[in-house]
Design a protein around this ligand. Structure first.
Ligand code: ADP
Ligand code: MG
Length: 450
């Protein structure tokens, strides 16, 4: 297939100089090569039905001629659209003999809005997009496992669902399962608590009798209990049978201590790809796409305002966009303008701040570091507790308007000088240690105050 792709790339570069750049970008560049059959039929997939019609009407002759030159003189060219592709795979892929019956749960597993088509690609996410797409097209064959990591609201879940939607459409015979780490844990605990031996078997059936398993937010894999053990067994079982595993996390595998030790060698054969916060242009493109999808009428100025104000969390950006739309509709306006945007932004900040407490901020820190509340406010002096404790103190002091004495009291009755020390220590680290700086900005994002 690699060879065919490289031949096709030659065809593309020849066509690029023959047709107008608009036609090339719109119709030709987006063609996917599905297969080059032994009887010399080259099967091409157009990105949409319109694209297919355009190609056949205006460019078929040129494409054929170029294919003759590059591939073989006797090559036949067949152009199909996405629906036909699905049929084609069903007929020609021998592995596709049986179509599994799907349960309601399976059918509703993926959010239909989270597709590759709806995912805006920019510098920050182009590699992760390409990786996800490659895995969706060649499950179990290309990168295994695929590990996607990045901050909150940057599109990890969206990409996992996009892979799922793609597989359901084009490989309907494959058994696929998407779960959050939390669901996996709950299912496992439930099966263990049950007295019936069948529930344990059922659990294994459910998670091992699969072609593709996706676990979202794997950083929540708990440290101690047997859930972790079960996850490794599941992982190894699937992996050894060449089944595709896809994981997402808010941090790289090496920062998930338990995972790194056990699965390091496995990750070497897979793809670990990060997703970065989008740049300004990509943020604008995402907002435009979202407005179009939801049929919001929003002034360009507003789109720019939102893209400027929120730069690290796409979910939050979308939230603000829909709030602006809502404000405009309350005023009976057809199109949302900058006044509504400013109002919505102000309200957003206030609600976020009003809902924050010592407890809620500490919770976010505890979850991030996977430590308990008792430990963080307790007496332990080990580094894995002391550092999160100081970070929590730093954040509370920066975000909330609470006296140092109260913060001290909350953290197990510590003296206010201890609180000052913690605050200053982290303030210093933020300046000098990029890792701490990064952790703080991630946490602020989680708390919603970035
Ligand atoms: P994460 O799982 O990383 O926290 P999500 O996948 O839930 O983030 O994404 C948050 C929201 O942002 C979703 O509504 C998603 O559709 C949207 N989103 C993220 N990245 C993109 C993108 N590149 N293009 C379009 N929408 C995006
Ligand atoms: Mg997610």
């Amino acid at each position: 297939m690699e060879e065919i792709k490289s031949l096709w790339n030659k065809v593309l570069s020849k066509l690029e100089v023959q047709v107008s750049s608009v036609s090339f970008e719109l119709w030709i560049k987006t063609i996917e090569v599905l297969e080059y059959r032994e009887n010399k039929v080259l099967v091409l997939v157009a990105s949409t039905t319109t694209a297919k019609n355009q190609l056949i009407k205006n460019h078929l002759k040129q494409i054929k001629e170029t294919v003759f030159q590059v591939f073989d003189e006797n090559t036949e060219v067949e152009i199909i659209d996405l629906v036909e592709k699905e049929q084609y795979i069903k007929i020609h892929n021998p592995a596709n003999e049986q179509i599994f019956t799907k349960t309601e749960e399976d059918k509703n597993m993926f959010n239909l809005k989270y597709t590759f088509e709806n995912f805006v690609v920019g510098k920050s996410n182009q590699f992760v997009y390409a990786g996800a797409r490659a895995v969706a097209e060649n499950p179990g064959k290309k990168f295994n496992p695929l590990f996607i990591y990045g901050g909150v609201g940057l599109g990890k879940t969206h990409l996992l669902h996009a892979i799922g939607n793609y597989i359901i459409q084009f490989y309907p015979n494959l058994k696929i399962k998407y779960v959050t780490c939390e669901k996996f844990t709950n299912d496992y605990i439930e099966s263990m608590l049950s007295k019936k031996e069948e529930s344990k078997i059922e659990f294994r059936e459910k998670y091992r009798n699969l072609d593709i398993l996706m676990v979202d937010d794997i950083q929540f894999l708990s440290k101690k209990d047997s859930t972790q053990e079960e996850f490794f067994h599941t992982f190894n079982d699937l992996y050894q049978n060449n089944k595709q595993i896809i994981l997402s996390s808010d941090r790289p595998p090496k920062e998930i201590a338990t995972l790194a030790q056990r699965l390091e060698s496995r990750f070497a054969c897979g793809l670990i790809q990060d997703i970065q916060p989008p740049d300004f242009e990509t943020r604008i493109a995402i907002l435009r796409k979202k407005a179009q999808q939801e049929r919001y009428f929003i002034d360009d100025e507003v789109i720019e305002f939102i893209a400027d104000k929120i730069n690290t969390n796409i979910r939050e950006m979308e939230g603000l966009l829909s709030k602006v739309h809502f404000f405009a509709s309350l005023l009976g306006k057809k199109s949302a303008g900058i006044d509504e945007a400013k109002e919505a932004f102000k309200e957003n900040l206030n609600t976020v701040k009003e809902n924050l407490t010592l407890d809620s901020i500490t919770d976010v820190v505890c979850t991030h570091f996977n430590i308990s509340k008792t430990d963080i406010v307790g007496k332990k002096k080990s580094k894995d507790i002391v550092e999160p404790r100081m970070i929590a103190i730093y954040l509370i002091n920066e975000i909330l308007d609470v006296p140092l004495i109260s913060i001290g009291k909350y953290f197990g009755g510590r003296d206010h000088t201890t609180i000052i020390h913690a605050r200053d220590k982290i303030t210093e680290s933020v300046k000098n240690d990029p890792e701490i700086k990064n952790i703080i900005s991630q946490l602020k994002m989680l708390i919603n105050v970035s």
